[in-house]
Design a protein around this ligand. Structure first.
Ligand code: PAF
Length: 279
């Protein structure tokens, strides 16, 4: 497995595959890899001849009050995992390699305004900007994204379509711990008590999903999920939303494909989860 730190070297390595008829898969990550990331890697390794992974804690998607500095990192462990899972090349640039007095950003209208966009207004601009760069370097046929970060998946899919990137954005199902908590690098922030309480999110979503009937009012579902999550005193809801899968705008009545998404704080840790209905 190759480990590359500079854009120049990555571009040169990528060129060695040109004209060879090989398919390239790409898994962008911020490292501290867990089973959810490895499911993306496995999907890429299975479907493509060559798999690139990037490990880069991207400063432009963090607001000044967020956890950029403390975001968990363990590069040695990450590289070992990538090697074990059959990755061909890992790109681990320093921030200076990716950004030098950056003045150009990629933004999306409307889709970034709802859900996480409300409390993280500059987040998706950072995500689309770094991905645009990474896609230029790796020129993948397919790139892999977890459905847990559903808004990110929809935004990347629409953004890359709008910009005519010639690649497929592939969604991969959320991986869960045995008690239902969605895997996330941020789960390490949870105290023992918070960790015990956090599966309430998935439970509430499962109960919500089971009680959906076509034509029901979205607000009734939101109220039900909210009530169950709030039965856990350590949980503080950021949002519970039911949005259209096309434009991510809130719906009033559930009669087509929707995304039911939540963000919940346990202490300072903000956890995301969701389910897709009527796909
Ligand atoms: O999902 C993430 O880890 C990040 O948002 C991504 C896609 C790697 C961009 O920095």
């Amino acid at each position: 497995m190759k480990t590359i730190k500079t854009v120049k070297e990555l571009r040169e390595y990528r060129k060695t595959f040109d004209g060879k008829g090989v398919s390239i898969g790409f898994v962008p990550t911020m490292g501290y890899l867990h089973d959810g990331h490895m499911a993306l890697v496995d999907a890429s390794v299975k479907a493509n001849d060559i798999t690139f992974v990037s490990i880069f804690v991207n400063p432009t998607q963090f607001a000044p009050n967020e956890d950029l500095e403390s975001y968990p990192r363990d590069l040695d462990r990450d590289l070992k995992l990538c090697e074990e899972h059959g990755v061909d090349c890992v790109f681990t640039p320093d921030p200076d390699e990716m950004y030098q007095n950056q003045k150009t950003y990629v933004t999306i209208e409307d889709l970034g305004a709802h859900l996480c966009g409300k409390s993280r207004p500059t987040h998706f601009r950072g995500v689309l900007t770094v991905l645009t760069k990474l896609f230029h370097f790796t020129r993948p046929d397919r790139a892999y994204f977890g459905k847990k970060d559903a808004q990110q998946y929809f935004i990347v899919k629409k953004g890359m379509k709008d910009l005519n990137f010639d690649l497929e954005i592939c969604p991969v199902d959320t991986v869960r711990e045995a008690d239902g908590l969605a895997t996330s690098s941020r789960n390490v922030y949870l105290s023992e008590e918070e960790r015990k309480a956090a599966p309430i999110i998935h439970q509430a979503l499962e109960h919500g999903e089971a009680s959906i009937v076509k034509g029901m009012k979205a607000q009734d579902l939101i109220d039900q999920i909210t009530k169950e999550i709030e039965s856990e005193p350590l949980a503080k809801i950021d949002y519970v939303s039911v949005v259209d899968q096309e434009d991510l705008a809130p719906v009033e009545v559930i009669d087509g494909p929707v995304l039911v998404a939540v963000a919940v704080f346990f202490g300072k840790t903000r956890l995301l989860d969701n389910f897709f209905y009527g796909e």
